[in-house]
Ligand binder design. Structure first.
Ligand code: ZN
Length: 429
C-alpha cells in the first residue's frame, strides 16, 4: 500500500462512475483540483494533471463504516486510531465511527474531544460514538448533550447490552432531544450465559456452550417497542438472526426512525465453519445457521438492512490462540469487507451492484447525518475506486490492522479495492 499527496490536478480517467445518491452508473472521468471535486463526467483538466487509469474500475463515494473498534485509548497493542485508519484505507473506507468500549470508555465530553483531536492527525475521518452509560456499567446516563457538542455522533454501550429496560427507555427518551441514533448491542445476557457460539446441531456436535437466536431477537424486539414508545431513533447493530430481521422488517413498515446494519461475516459464514475451532469466528452476536444467513441475505436485498458495518474488532494473537471458550469475541473486517460482501451479494445472490454500494456509502452517512453529496463541485475528494470483478484470495499480507484476527485468510473474494482518496491523499492498495 502506498499513500501519496494528491497533485494539484488529478483526473480519474475512463472508469464507471457509480453515483450512490442518484443511483446511477455512467462511464466518465472525475477531475479533482486542490483536493476538491472539480467536475464529474466530462472534465476539462490541464494537460499536466496527474492521471489515475480507472479503465475497468468503478469510481464511487468513499465507504463509510458506522461500527468499528480501534482500541485507543487503552489497548494500543491491538489497534490505534492510526493503524485502524490504514486498515480502513485498504478496505476503501474513508470515514468510520468508533465504538466507545475503550479503556477508559468514551463516556465523557473530554474523552470525545480527545478522540476528535487525535483523529485529525489520522489519514481518514473518524467520528466517536459516546457511551450510553457512565463506565458502560448500565447504571447512570452519560452527559449526551455535552458529548454531542464535542463531536459524538451517536450513543452506544456496544460490547455490552443495556440490560435494564428502564435505563434503555431513559436513554431513548433523552436521545429524542438531539435526534441522534441510539445503538444497543442486543444480547440478553441471562440467555447468553457462557455461550460462545450459536445454539443448534453444530454446537451440540462440537460440545461448546451455546446461546439460541432469541438471545438476540428478544432484546431487538424490546428495543423496537421502546423506540415506538419514545419516538427515538434506534439503530440496530450487527443483526445475526432470522427472527431479529422479521421484527425489524415489521417495525420498519410503521416506524421510519428504525435503521439496521448487518456485518460481512454474518452474511459470509455459518456455524458449520466453526468445526475447525477457528477462534477468529468467535464473535458476538455469534455466526448462526445457514437458515439465518439466508434470511440476512434476503433482508439485505429487500432493504430491511440500511447498511453494511464491519464491527472491526482487533484482538492479539496471544488472546485468540486460547481455547475457543476462553478467546475474546471479535474479528477484524475492514480490509476484507468489500471482496466478501460483493462475492456473497452481487456474485452469488445477483444483487444490483448500485444497491450494495449504497449500503457502504450514502446509507450509513445518512444514518449518522454526514454529508452525502460527495460528487458535488467543491466537496473535499472522498472517493473509493474498485475492480468489481477481480477474483482473489485474501491473505495475511492484505491486513494493515495491528491485529491479525481474520477468518478470511485463505477465503476467495470477488472484487477488490484499488485506490482510496481522502484528506488530500491518494492510496494505492
Ligand atoms: Zn456489538
Amino acid at each position: 500500500m502506498n499513500i501519496s499527496k494528491l497533485s494539484k490536478h488529478v483526473v480519474l480517467q475512463g472508469g464507471t462512475i457509480l453515483d450512490p445518491v442518484a443511483g446511477t452508473e455512467k462511464k466518465g472521468d472525475v477531475h479533482i483540483a486542490d483536493g476538491k471535486i472539480k467536475s464529474v463526467g466530462k472534465v476539462n483538466a490541464p494537460k499536466s494533471a496527474q492521471v489515475v487509469d480507472c479503465k475497468g474500475l468503478v469510481v464511487t463515494h468513499g465507504f463509510c463504516d458506522v461500527h468499528v473498534h480501534f482500541r485507543e485509548p487503552g489497548r494500543e497493542d491491538k489497534e490505534t486510531l492510526e493503524t485502524g485508519s490504514l486498515a480502513a484505507l485498504a478496505g476503501g473506507f474513508t470515514r468510520v465511527c468508533v465504538m466507545p468500549n475503550t479503556d477508559p470508555p468514551l463516556d465523557s465530553p473530554e474523552s470525545i474531544r480527545y478522540t476528535v483531536d487525535r483523529s485529525e492527525e489520522c489519514s481518514i475521518h473518524i467520528h466517536p460514538i459516546g457511551a450510553i452509560t457512565k463506565g458502560q456499567d448500565g447504571k447512570e446516563l452519560t452527559e449526551m448533550g455535552a458529548m454531542l457538542s464535542e463531536g459524538a455522533v451517536a450513543f452506544s454501550d456496544d460490547g455490552l447490552p443495556v440490560t435494564d429496560s428502564g435505563m434503555m427507555r431513559n436513554a431513548l427518551e433523552y436521545a429524542t432531544m438531539f435526534d441522534i441514533p441510539v445503538i444497543n448491542h442486543a444480547e440478553d445476557l441471562c440467555l447468553k450465559k457462557n455461550g460462545v457460539m450459536h445454539e443448534g446441531t453444530v454446537s451440540t456436535h462440537l460440545g461448546l456452550p451455546a446461546s439460541p437466536d432469541i438471545t438476540e431477537s428478544n432484546m431487538v424486539h424490546r428495543d423496537l417497542e421502546l423506540t415506538e414508545l419514545t419516538g427515538a431513533r434506534l439503530h440496530v447493530p450487527h443483526v445475526s438472526s432470522a427472527k431479529s430481521t422479521d421484527h425489524i422488517r415489521a417495525m420498519k413498515k410503521k416506524n421510519e426512525k428504525v435503521t439496521a446494519e448487518v456485518t460481512p461475516h454474518h452474511l459470509f459464514f455459518t456455524d458449520e465453519d466453526l468445526v475447525n475451532f477457528d477462534t477468529n469466528l468467535k464473535v458476538a452476536p455469534p455466526i448462526r445457521s445457514n437458515k439465518d444467513r439466508k434470511a440476512l441475505i434476503k433482508a439485505v436485498k429487500d432493504g430491511t438492512f440500511d447498511c453494511i458495518a464491519t464491527d472491526h474488532a482487533p484482538h492479539t494473537i496471544e488472546e485468540k490462540e486460547g481455547t475457543f471458550d476462553l478467546a475474546p469475541f471479535g474479528m477484524i473486517g475492514l480490509e476484507s469487507c468489500y471482496g466478501a460482501v460483493n462475492r456473497v451479494m452481487v456474485k452469488e445472490n445477483k444483487m444490483d451492484q448500485v444497491a450494495l454500494i449504497q449500503m457502504l456509502t450514502v446509507n450509513p452517512r445518512e444514518i449518522m447525518g454526514f454529508d452525502t453529496g460527495l460528487f458535488e463541485e467543491g466537496m473535499d475528494a472522498e472517493l473509493t475506486i474498485f475492480d468489481p470483478k477481480e477474483s482473489w484470495t485474501f491473505s495475511r499480507k492484505d491486513i494493515y490492522s495491528r491485529s491479525h484476527n481474520s477468518p478470511y485468510v485463505g477465503q476467495k473474494m470477488t472484487g477488490r479495492v484499488k485506490h482510496t482518496i481522502v484528506k488530500g491523499h491518494l492510496t494505492n492498495i
